[in-house]
Design a protein around this ligand. Structure first.
Ligand code: ZN
Length: 78
């Protein structure tokens, strides 16, 4: 049995799968904006989205905040 360290604030494996399959679109996060991150690589999409929200919406999302946003979107918390 493999024992691994669970780091706080990191998504679980199943959450990560959902994140990798989800598309990053401003509309999904409450912005009135047609921007969608188009990179095929999820990490590039996140970077693309972060650059966009910073430039256009003046919101600086950290990597952790992005992961939280994406998992919350999937769970429909808000
Ligand atoms: Zn936008």
């Amino acid at each position: 049995m493999i024992d691994y360290i669970k780091i706080q604030n990191l998504p679980t494996r199943s959450e990560m799968k959902k994140i990798l399959m989800s598309k990053l679109a401003c509309k999904d996060y409450g912005f009135e904006c047609d921007f969608e991150a188009s990179s095929l690589d999820a990490r590039d999409s996140i970077k693309e989205f972060q650059a966009h929200t910073l430039k256009m919406h003046h919101i600086d999302y950290s990597d952790g905040a992005m992961l939280q946003l994406m998992t919350q979107k999937e769970n429909r918390i808000f």
